[in-house]
Design a protein around this ligand. Structure first.
Ligand code: ADP
Ligand code: MG
Length: 685
């Protein structure tokens, strides 16, 4: 693709190049054109060496005065470059023989890099450089810098992109009047302006991607996303689902519940119940803050499916949570005659086999478990409803697997109900989740008291211990959460084990339990059950208690090294308390010095307990890719758009998408091909 003419080993080189380009997501000529700069560098000016200040990124030009290879502290090539005003040292820690020749004394070199005050005056480490003749003209405009992989230099990448751009036959896919209304340039023109910005383009607008050219390309990206999602929705609407219309069992469950639904729950249940009864497959997200009572809605949905003669699968992201559902919903449903089974990775193979056989024979009405439910070997006789709890915790790949499973499951498509306590900000809901209907539970069950949050330095651990004792003396229970040590699961575990041992001593005679992800399932279950029954007063845990665990008598949560947790995680953890009538406290214990980001997170937790607000700030702090867990899939969902910054374009993209789908399906195909090629699947997951 980026082959130079006349290279002897051109075919080998070309296939090597193709692999390099493929790693960038560039497989076709048009992908090259859409490979956009991450930033720009200013090569339009040359600074005199004497005027350069430490910390500045600048371009200078001079003549090599001398070169030297120094051995200490590590083998380094040092080049002294001089102009009329002074000298600067260039340092290279890795270098080739060819570079020694390039930096022969007397050669004229133009370099661009960040200047630093070194031991012996100004220096640049691994600057970009180029041999030039005296008086060689400067570029008139900023130079784009592209994302790349090692082995593929900027110069080669840029040349390939410019070549593709010159050969570009870029048909406009958006109606001219829509573009005119937005005041944006044509797509081809915009791409040229991004790759080769005009000299008078303001650098800040280029960097912030707010030039008309950038906005046009971002609009196209958002449009592609909207088109893809709307098509997926239309495709689903064309499929048939079983009408789960018999609500007698659900009504019996409702009567048997120890509480009555909140207004918000009733509303959500009405929406869901109605949709289950229709022959169009439901694809609904039930969203409600931590503790708002989503589980009972899931149980009602299951009862309606089962009462209508179909099976239900309910999947949770962790074994502890799945087990808790089994314990909580299990008795409710068993009482009304539902046959429940359990499936998780930790079961013995023979046990799994038996459960699978019963599900396949239709002898199980409801199967609860972990992602073991979406393994290939699991088949259902009549799956009518799939429930996914804490759906944001599942990776894109798992969501794809679930969808594939549902689509393959039968002539009819099962209904899908997803649940999440991580509220999706409006911008995200409109873009990534445009394919979903959303029900919101925006009200907590009565009698809940807000959780007070305290930030406490680790130095005041003694006070925290005293607080734990006081809570226990008042008949309350306590969670003590140990941090995740990302580099090592073993270390992570050891921390929890050590903390537990220490707390058993410090808190004696209180009964202190331990639960972590590696505990054998039986032990885990016992520990959770002992905590739930009050036999344990303190539960030391890793983040396995993060999602869904429900022990109303626990009113104090201590989170050690809170600075290491993400916002969503902290919010989830805090949601484990404040579930009963007692006043609850969450102690975020931290060790300084705090990074700016950690400080910001703790501050957010201190300032608000509103899940929406937390999600909004989380999104700003982390960006949508990470927010949605797209990291795991390695596929960036939106490469250029920023939903906060480009909010207005998202609205416009939605409108234009609807219109294009109506008026010009061929252009829709072309637009989607251009943007996603083979990657569209990921967007719909
Ligand atoms: P989440 O939405 O976080 O999954 P849960 O479904 O676990 O919340 O519910 C939290 C707790 O509130 C549970 O103990 C549940 O039984 C209880 N609960 C749910 N709905 C109500 C209600 N309407 N009135 C009283 N308690 C309720
Ligand atoms: Mg829950």
């Amino acid at each position: 693709m980026a082959r130079k003419a006349g290279e002897a080993d051109s075919s080998a080189k070309a296939s090597g190049d193709a692999a390099l380009f493929a790693r960038l997501g560039v497989r076709r000529e048009q992908d090259l054109v859409l490979h956009l700069p991450i930033r720009y560098e200013d090569e339009t000016r040359i600074s005199t060496i004497a005027s350069v200040r430490s910390g500045e990124t600048v371009q200078v030009e001079g003549v090599v005065a001398r070169q030297e290879i120094v051995a200490r502290p590590r083998r380094t090539l040092v080049v002294e470059l001089r102009d009329e005003t002074g000298a600067i040292a260039l340092r290279f820690f890795h270098f080739y023989g060819s570079q020694l020749r390039q930096f022969a004394a007397g050669n004229r070199v133009r370099v661009l890099g960040e200047a630093r005050g070194g031991l012996f005056g100004l220096e640049m480490v691994h600057p970009r450089y180029r041999l030039v003749d005296a008086g060689e003209p400067l570029p008139q405009a900023l130079t784009p810098v592209y994302p790349t992989v090692s082995g593929l230099g900027q110069a080669r990448l840029r040349a390939a992109i410019l070549r593709a751009l010159r050969g570009l036959d870029w048909r406009e896919t958006v109606p001219a009047d829509a573009i005119a209304r937005l005041g944006l340039p044509a797509s081809a023109e915009a791409l040229r302006a991004i790759h080769q910005p005009a000299p008078d383009t303001p650098a800040s607008a280029l960097h912030e991607r707010t030039t008309p050219a950038w906005r046009r390309v971002i609009f196209d990206e958002l449009l592609a996303q909207q088109l893809s999602l709307k098509r997926a929705r239309a495709a689903r609407a064309g499929q048939l689902a079983p009408a789960l219309a018999d609500d007698s069992l659900a009504r019996r469950l409702l009567e048997a519940l120890p509480f009555s639904l909140t207004g918000a729950q009733r509303r959500a249940w009405r929406e869901i119940g109605r949709e289950l009864a229709a022959t169009q497959p439901m694809n609904r997200l039930l969203q409600g803050d931590v503790g708002s009572g989503k589980t009972v809605i899931a149980a009602l949905a299951a009862a309606q499916a089962i009462g209508s003669g179909w099976q239900t699968a309910m999947m949770a992201p962790t074994e502890i949570l799945a087990e808790q559902h089994l314990r909580k919903i299990g008795p409710w449903l068993a009482r009304i005659g539902v046959r429940i089974a359990w499936l998780s990775g930790s079961l013995k193979e023979s046990e799994k086999k038996a459960v699978r056989a019963r599900a396949a024979a239709g002898e199980v009405d409801m199967l609860i478990g972990t992602h073991a439910l979406i393994e290939d070997t699991v088949a259902f006789a009549r799956l009518g409803l799939a429930i996914v709890d804490e759906q944001h915790r599942f990776g894109v790949a798992q969501r794809l697997a679930l969808r594939a499973k549902l689509e393959a499951s039968a002539a009819v498509l099962p209904h899908q109900l997803m649940m999440s306590a991580t509220p999706i900000p409006r911008t995200l809901a409109m873009s990534y989740y445009a394919d979903l209907d959303v029900s919101v539970i925006d009200e907590l069950p009565p009698g809940r008291k807000p959780v007070r949050t305290k930030l406490v330095s680790e130095a005041r651990r003694d006070e925290v211990i005293a607080r734990v004792r006081a809570a226990a003396a008042a008949g309350r229970q306590v969670y003590w959460v140990c941090p995740l040590i990302e580099e090592s699961e073993a270390l992570d575990l050891q921390t929890a084990i050590d903390t537990h041992a220490a707390l058993v001593q410090e808190l004696a005679p209180l009964r202190v339990g331990l639960v972590h992800g590696r505990l054998p399932p039986g032990d885990k279950q016992t520990a959770m059950a002992d905590f739930a029954s009050g036999a344990l007063q303190v539960l030391v845990a890793t983040t396995v208690v993060e999602v869904g665990v429900d022990v109303p008598n626990a009113t104090l949560m201590v989170i050690e090294h809170a600075e290491r947790f993400g916002l969503a995680q902290l919010h989830q953890l805090r949601g484990r308390v404040g579930r009963g009538a007692g006043e609850s406290v969450c102690v975020l214990m931290y060790r300084g010095p705090l990074s700016a980001a950690a400080r910001e997170r703790l501050k957010t937790m201190y300032e608000t307990s509103d899940g929406f607000e937390i999600a909004r700030r989380d999104l700003i702090q982390r960006g949508p890719g990470e927010f949605l867990g797209a990291r795991q899939s390695g596929e960036a969902l939106l490469r250029f758009a920023d939903l906060e910054r480009d909010n207005d374009l998202l609205d416009a993209a939605r409108e234009v998408a609807a219109r294009l789908l109506r008026e010009d399906p061929a252009r829709v195909d072309e637009h989607l091909q251009r943007w996603f090629g083979g990657r569209e699947e990921f967007l719909r997951a």
